[in-house]
Write a protein that binds this ligand. Structure first.
Ligand SMILES: Nc1nc2c(ncn2[C@@H]2O[C@H](COP(=O)(O)OP(=O)(O)O)[C@@H](O)[C@H]2O)c(=O)[nH]1
Ligand SMILES: [Mg+2]
Length: 284
């Protein structure tokens, strides 16, 4: 029989778009690892949207084997950020003590995500984020050179705009405490890959503590970001500039431009920022 539960409940979100090739083994690894190594409740919700492959079928098959895994599917192109916002809503309903997210491709192994949980418990930080740029991080495989150049350029822009004093805002391995998440949830807007910046800026502005820790990371082949680097980077740039403007006195004058903004995002094949967090849920 298992010992009495001592560790806090964790809900892990995994955004997934056309991941049939990569996601199956990743989900099994996470479920098996947490069964063996974690006493508290562990659940993983895979948030999919508009997949044109059989990702949903694969997630459903794994969910039959491991009851801690479930899919949350949206037909609309809500983007990775949009998927995470929807997943966060579910997390606050489920009242998990910690909610985190990682990518579907296994770049962050289950042990490294567990490390974030341990750090959060030990430090009492409101949010713990993995960093590939701090001394002590272990990169089994780095991103391509060009991707790293873009990534550092984006990082510099984010630092100039928001002064977050973090080394890696974009590492998709993050963990947030429930109280902090509940407070910022309604204000999350960015639906594209700059979502992480939205999350961190909000946490910081509301006075929550963010602890950055070195992480173990293996960059995986098949990135859709690297394949569309210029377009994706332009969208992320737009989103962080927009986020900065939201906190400026000029923002109210820019509101009439909203339809133009939506048009621009759609033209760039990206999910426009949300004006309000929609409440319609997804189905299995
Ligand atoms: N739900 C959802 N997930 C997405 C979307 N775009 C990317 N993702 C997921 O975001 C993660 C990162 O994507 P990936 O192509 O590996 O990018 P990289 O690791 O940053 O190079 C993966 O888990 C993707 O499946 C999207 O539009 N919707
Ligand atoms: Mg990846």
């Amino acid at each position: 029989m298992r010992e009495a539960q001592t560790q806090p409940s964790v809900l892990l979100l995994i955004p997934a778009y056309n991941e049939e090739e990569r996601i199956g083994p990743v989900l099994r690894d996470y479920a098996e690892y947490f069964r063996k190594n974690y006493d508290g409740e562990f659940r993983a919700v895979v948030v999919l949207n508009g997949c044109r492959d059989n990702t949903l079928g694969i997630v459903k098959a794994v969910a039959k084997e491991f009851s801690e895994i479930e899919p949350l599917n949206f037909e609309a192109p809500i983007g990775k950020g949009g998927a995470l916002i929807e997943g966060f809503k579910k997390a606050t309903e489920a009242k998990a003590v910690f909610t985190g997210y990682v990518d579907a491709d296994g770049a962050t192994p289950a042990k490294a995500f567990h490390e974030l949980i341990k750090q959060c418990m030990a430090s009492k930080a409101d949010c713990v984020i993995g960093s590939r740029w701090l001394p002590g991080s272990v990169l089994h495989q780095s991103q391509t050179k060009l991707r790293r150049v873009f990534s550092r350029g984006f990082h510099t822009i984010v630092e100039l705009l928001f002064w977050l004093r973090l080394a890696d805002t974009q590492c998709p391995a993050k963990l947030v405490r429930r109280e902090a998440l509940e407070e910022i949830l309604e204000s999350l807007r960015i639906a594209d890959l700059a979502f992480d910046v939205n999350l961190l800026v909000l946490l910081k502005r509301r006075g929550y503590t963010i602890k950055e820790v070195p992480i173990e990371w293996t960059d995986q082949l098949g990135s859709k970001v690297t394949a569309n680097l210029w377009r994706v980077s332009l969208v992320m740039f737009l989103s962080v500039v927009r986020l900065r403007l939201v906190y400026s006195p000029f923002y109210k004058w820019l509101r009439p431009l909203r339809p133009l903004e939506t048009w621009l995002y759609l033209k760039l094949n990206a999910p426009p920022p949300r004006s309000v967090v929609e409440t319609s849920g997804g189905g299995k």
